[in-house]
Design a protein around this ligand. Structure first.
Ligand code: C2E
Ligand code: CA
Ligand code: CA
Length: 737
């Protein structure tokens, strides 16, 4: 039988054959095993005798009966077979091999069993295992297996493949801090040393690799100065050398390191390099995928500005907390900042953002770890405090308000943020978070109604009030769209001489088909809260201008119309231009409108408000300070804006003849206003005594029921006529009626 050349095997040749790591096996023409080399026994555990009972491949393939006939087929047709096979070793363990089978003395039409075969088997267990690892990792990534578990498994598989190495994956965060992500075989005391390590050029292999962005090798930890005092702890745990490779994301940023710790001082070999090269990529994919999952979760559930849970997340956490409370009491707080919009508009959005972050921090400082805090919308926050009794409510709510009201400096401007808080109790006021939040919100709303820096406890009747508000907003929207509001006008009279008509104030009126006349302060407040105030004011200006033009066309002598504006109107950047266009459309000019504003407009330093005020003034429109004396009442503010008229609030006027304080204050207001060149209009003049007192003390203009109630436009013409006739020659201080 000729096996291979040389025909007679030399000693050298036989030695080479036996020392080969591949398994060689030769059969005779009856396919009985004739020779095996030593490599065969080393690889599969079988001796020549073990192989005598069957066709060798059939025996080695074990149960895999379909494959054996297939290989036979190939051999009969082509005389050769190559492929990767999973064989069973003698001890039953599986072994992947690359198999090459060749027939010898092949005839043109060979018959089964008439040719000898040479079978060469090469161990490819390593490659196969690596492919399996790769497949498994990618599968795990797709199946969203937790990152730490996935990397833990990877380390384990690598350690099986290269037993002299302990593998570890470190996480590197954006600030350059390293923490172990997976290190299945590293002793706990060493693992402790690896936590919270800052990346740097001279601190051990992984911290350096993370810092430098390229591989770092410490061939002998014991001898390396950079490892310092910790070196002995590593070496005594059997970690003698470390080879660290940075894991980079697609942007090239280091997000982790893959570290090989060797059990002897040494450097990596070619096999280690190949493994690391492939694993780095897999780690990067897994880590990046995890990071984006985390980011998506952050975006979906956390508020990016304050890092607090958003509404969805708050609800979820709160539901869990309520569930865990199992009948114990708890409190839900709903917090809304006062005048946040004003803040945001006047100091800019960056300042608004800084304030919100600060508020979030302050809320954190007055809550416990088990409390759930969330940001629900722009300036609304919620807190669930489990295991709190209702009697703790006053203390907790006040503490929250106090924390918020600490002075806060931004861009060098010192301000004091304020808020209102509504509180309700679990389980009395609701058993699910949605109901509890709604009730706490209603209580917050009630607190707002009382002013700034207040808190209120939920009461069931609050629900009714908020429902009414919602109904009113809906109805007002429909009414405005249908042009269903009206304007009434109230004359203003000059106190001296013939009681000449000074002007009229336009006042909005709403008659609802079911509710009747709705008090203006109520629907104006709803309009301001809902944003409908812009539509309302546009309508108001247009209606007032239309009416003024009509009166003039009818020959009614009307000096001007006063209209009431809200602070919010001035936040529209093109508000002044809108007013201007309306005037032009009706052939009127700036002097024909008097714009009544409140002190909050004066205090609002937002660029839009200041621009609008300046533009309106430049167009010749006059500004009137309404309700003077009720708000901040600071005369020192008056010079800030080009105010030409002061409206003395009716609360002063009504007391002017009975209270010495009211009369003293009124006198000083009259003095200062006169010296500043402003006209004072006294509001709510109801009696002759009030009118006389005011006229005597030099108040130039009077408005109130004493002269006329607000009336429909059509009544104004006749009223003006009668008034002129009646007072043609009668001074106010000696009225006829
Ligand atoms: P205001 O600007 O201070 O208007 C004067 C209010 O006093 C009016 O109430 C008027 O009817 C009432 N009044 C007039 N004379 C007397 C009097 O002798 N005695 C008493 N007790 N009251 C008198 P009204 O019409 O109910 O309006 C209330 C408030 O609603 C207004 O206060 C104003 O702030 C607001 N408002 C009314 N119309 C509008 C509007 O078109 N736009 C805006 N933004 N606010 C409006
Ligand atoms: Ca007014
Ligand atoms: Ca007023």
């Amino acid at each position: 039988m000729t096996i291979l050349t040389p025909a007679t095997p030399t000693a050298d040749w036989l030695q080479a054959l036996h020392s080969s790591n591949s398994a060689w096996l030769v059969t005779d023409e009856q396919l009985r095993v004739a020779h095996v080399n030593e490599g065969f026994t080393r690889l599969l555990g079988y001796s020549l005798q073990d192989m005598q009972d069957a066709w060798p491949l059939e025996k080695l393939l074990g149960q895999d009966t379909e494959l054996a006939p297939h290989i036979r087929d190939e051999l009969e047709q082509h005389g050769a077979y190559t492929g990767e096979l999973l064989l069973r070793c003698k001890d039953g363990s599986p072994l992947w091999v690359a198999a090459t089978v060749n027939t010898l003395n092949r005839q043109p039409f060979p018959k089964v069993g008439t040719t000898a075969e040479v079978i060469v088997l090469t161990d490819i267990g390593f490659t196969k295992r690596f492919e399996a690892l790769q497949r498994q990792m990618l599968e795990d990534v797709v199946m969203e297996k937790p990152l730490a578990n996935l990397l833990h498994d990877m380390c384990g598989t690598l350690e099986q493949m290269i037993p002299q190495v302990k593998v570890c994956v470190m996480d590197v965060d954006a600030s350059g801090l390293l923490n172990p992500l997976a290190a299945p075989s590293i002793a706990p005391q060493v693992l402790e040393l690896m936590k919270c390590v800052r990346s740097g050029p001279d601190r051990g292999a992984s911290a350096s690799a993370a810092y430098l962005g390229h591989e770092v090798m410490t061939p002998d930890i014991a001898e390396d100065a950079h490892w310092g005092a910790v070196a002995t702890l590593f070496t005594s745990a059997g970690l003698q050398a470390c080879w660290s490779n940075p894991i980079k994301n697609h942007e090239g940023r280091v997000v982790g390191t893959l570290d090989f710790y060797f059990d002897t001082p040494r450097s990596p070999n070619e096999l280690h390099r190949q493994l690391v090269l492939a694993c780095l990529h897999l780690c990067a994919v897994a880590m990046e995928r995890d990071a984006s999952k985390h980011r998506i979760r952050q975006l979906a559930y956390y508020d990016t500005l304050t890092r607090l849970p958003n509404r969805t997340m708050f609800n979820e956490c709160a539901e869990q907390a309520l569930h865990a409370m199992r009948g114990h009491q708890g409190l839900v707080f709903f917090l809304d900042l006062d005048r946040f919009k004003l803040w945001n508009d006047s100091l800019g959005h960056a300042a608004g953002d800084a304030l919100l972050r600060e508020i979030a921090d302050r809320l954190g400082s007055c809550t416990r770890p088990e409390d759930v805090v969330g940001r629900l919308s722009s300036d609304e926050f919620a807190v669930l405090m489990p295991h709190c009794a209702p009697d703790q409510m006053p203390f907790l709510a006040q503490r929250m308000l106090d924390a918020i009201a600490e002075p806060f400096s931004i861009n060098g401007v010192m301000t004091t943020p304020n808020a209102c808080v509504g509180v309700c109790t679990y389980p009395e006021d609701g058993t699910d978070i949605e109901t509890l939040l709604r009730h706490a919100d209603q209580a917050m709303y009630a607190a707002k109604g009382q002013g700034s820096q207040r808190w209120e406890r939920y009461r069931p009747e609050m629900g009714k009030i908020s429902q009414e508000r919602a109904d009113m907003e809906r109805e007002l929207r429909t009414t405005l769209a249908a042009g269903g509001l009206q304007l009434h006008y109230q004359p203003q009279i000059c106190s001296s001489g013939a009681q000449r008509l000074y002007g009229v104030e336009a006042l909005a009126r709403w008659q609802h088909p079911e509710w009747g006349w709705v008090p203006p302060p109520r629907f104006i407040a709803v309009a301001e809260d809902s944003g409908l105030i812009h539509t309302l004011t546009s309508w108001l200006i247009d209606a007032a201008c239309t009416q003024l033009a009509t009166w003039r066309a009818q020959g009614v002598s009307m000096p001007h119309v006063s209209i009431n504006l809200s602070t919010n109107n001035f936040h529209l950047p093109d508000f002044a231009m809108q007013v201007q266009q309306t005037l032009l459309r009706h052939g009127l000019n700036g002097q024909d409108l008097m714009l009544e504003i409140t002190e909050s407009v004066m205090l609002d330093s937002s660029p839009a408000t200041l621009n609008n005020l300046q533009t309106l003034h430049a167009m010749g429109m006059r500004l009137s300070m309404d309700d003077f004396g009720t708000g901040y009442s600071s005369l020192s503010y008056l010079h800030r804006l080009p105010i030409s008229e002061l409206k003395l609030d009716k609360s002063f006027v009504q007391d002017v003849t009975v209270s010495s304080a009211a009369s003293a204050l009124t006198r000083s207001v009259l003095n200062i206003a006169t010296s500043l060149g402003m006209t004072v209009v006294a509001e709510g003049v109801e009696t002759q005594e009030q009118a006389d007192w005011l006229a005597r003390h030099g108040c130039p203009v009077l408005q109130g029921y004493r002269f006329a109630k607000p009336m429909p436009a059509t009544d104004i013409g006749p009223w003006v006529q009668q008034h002129a006739e009646r007072h043609a020659a009668a001074p106010l201080s000696h009225p006829n009626d």
